[in-house]
Design a protein around this ligand. Structure first.
Ligand SMILES: O=c1ccn([C@@H]2O[C@H](COP(=O)(O)OP(=O)(O)O[C@H]3OC[C@@H](O)[C@H](O)[C@H]3O)[C@@H](O)[C@H]2O)c(=O)[nH]1
Length: 442
């Protein structure tokens, strides 16, 4: 059991397994050109690494930093003003930015992360700080700590990551969420669950208000994540009703910013890395599908406002500035000075055709709205990706790219591109749209 104030540091035991997973996943995602036998052996490598990570159950924490380490500035709070906060998935892209904000506010922060998609580097700057403790453990195992707030983020969020091991994704969303709600009940802590815009599935209402129940394919390749998050929401409201646990539910729309994993396979990291390398940008499908991208600092502000506010029904947190994927490719290519053009790839099964949050509720109940435009947010994001270009783990063979069809199973019930294009034609799109067919240049 972890003590109620951060103190003794234990020894890392699972990092080898985590880095084996990262390596195996990276190979797996980008090996479309390989033979069936290659893929089978890569799948086996991923499975083996995941099993090793699961076996390393029990919290393990990083060694303390040396006493001369300089930490980022934090506020000094009175003991009575300090929250004891658990952040699951706190070593991930979003989680680590949230940890920074909470640490800077002067709170005591515990991070629980299995480093499956999170990175030790994201939180390294806090290791050894008296207000901070990191525990390397999977959220599917029970975890005991005395806290007043729980931000429950832990879950792979990129489609290739969450589809790589769908059962693991479901366990994370169900067992993991149940564990955290049980902990919240025992500690009388308030819990914020990070749900997702993916609970709206391939939406038939546009933009999406919280009152929309969604359109999710229950057994398609995205279901492990979409349905997992939906049942996570159900669990939160069941605990609220039955045990009076204080819950907050944020539905997070596509988010980007520094610390994204360059290999996570999502559109922002793929396009920027490709543009910086002068490679063609891989557009899946027609490129007419839309997304609305929010900068990570807006999201963190929204999560904290929601946690500390009184409102306890679901709230969308996203930026309503909507772009087609093709328009997004143009912006990235021009900001990175790329002349690599674009290449068209198959559209992933069940890939939502439109997505844009209605944020009226967030404005009304927590006084939140996004501040950072896509053009502003892309500047530091591109700078960050320039910095990771030379990193070993960001290197890919130039002729390899992960294809969505590798992980997707065909669904005969899914509307074809022509049908969904009609939805897009009816939907308001912020920036002017442009045609894309065949190999075009961005
Ligand atoms: O290289 C690429 C990658 C992606 N895409 C397309 O870009 C769009 C966005 O894809 P991403 O993989 O970034 O993310 P998605 O919107 O599909 O899913 C995301 O939704 C919201 C969050 O909860 C998660 O981060 C993630 O599940 C999709 O239409 C996808 O097909 C490309 O055209 N090229």
């Amino acid at each position: 059991m972890a003590s109620s104030a951060p103190s003794t540091a234990l020894v890392i035991a699972g990092t080898a397994a985590a880095s084996a997973i990262a390596t195996a996943l990276a190979i797996r995602f980008f090996s479309d050109a390989g033979s069936k036998a290659d893929k089978a052996s890569l799948d086996a490598a991923v499975r083996k690494a995941l099993e090793a990570a699961s076996r390393s159950a029990g919290p393990v924490a990083m060694p303390k930093a040396s006493s001369d380490k300089v930490f980022p500035a934090t506020r000094r709070l009175l003991r009575t003003e300090q929250q004891r906060i658990l952040v699951t998935g706190g070593a991930g892209f979003v989680g680590s930015h949230l940890v920074d904000a909470l640490m800077q506010q002067g709170h005591i922060v515990y991070v629980l992360d299995n480093l499956f998609t999170g990175r030790r580097e994201n939180i390294e700057h806090w290791v050894g700080h008296p207000n901070f403790e990191f525990f390397q453990q999977d959220v599917v195992h029970p975890f005991f700590v005395e806290v007043t707030r729980i931000y429950h983020l832990a879950c792979p969020a990129s489609p290739p990551h969450y589809q790589a091991n769908p059962i693991k994704t479901i366990k994370c969303s169900t067992q993991g969420c149940m564990n955290m709600l049980g902990l919240a009940k025992r500690c009388n802590a308030r819990l914020l669950f990070t749900s997702t815009s993916e609970i709206y599935g391939d939406p038939q209402i546009h933009p999406q208000p919280e009152s929309y129940w969604g359109n999710v394919h229950t057994w398609g390749p995205r279901a492990c994540y979409d349905e997992g998050k939906r049942v996570g929401e159900t669990m939160c409201f069941s605990y609220r009703q039955q045990h009076k646990v204080q819950v907050r539910v944020s539905r997070i729309f596509n988010t980007y910013g520094p610390r994204m994993d360059p290999l996570d396979g999502r559109v922002v990291s793929n396009f920027i890395m490709q543009a910086l390398r002068g490679e063609p940008l891989t557009i899946y499908g027609t490129g007419k599908q839309t997304r609305s991208f929010q900068y990570v600092s807006d999201l963190v502000r929204g999560l904290i406002a929601l946690m500390e506010g009184d409102y306890d029904d679901p709230v969308n947190i996203g930026n309503p500035q909507e772009r087609t994927v093709e328009e997004f490719a143009r912006s990235v290519a021009s900001m990175c000075g790329s002349a690599g053009g674009v290449v068209m790839r198959p559209r992933p099964t069940d890939d939502p055709m439109v997505r844009r949050p209605n944020v009226a509720r967030a404005r009304e109940v927590i006084g939140w709205q996004p501040k950072v435009s896509l053009e502003e947010g892309l500047v530091p994001t591109i700078e960050y990706f320039k910095g990771v270009l030379g990193r070993e783990d960001a290197k890919l063979p130039a002729d390899r790219v992960w294809l969505p069809s590798d992980l997707s199973i065909p669904s005969k019930d899914h509307p074809d591109d022509a049908a969904v294009e009609r939805v897009v034609a009816d939907a308001p799109v912020t920036a002017g749209s442009a045609a894309a067919s065949g190999a075009a240049s961005a």
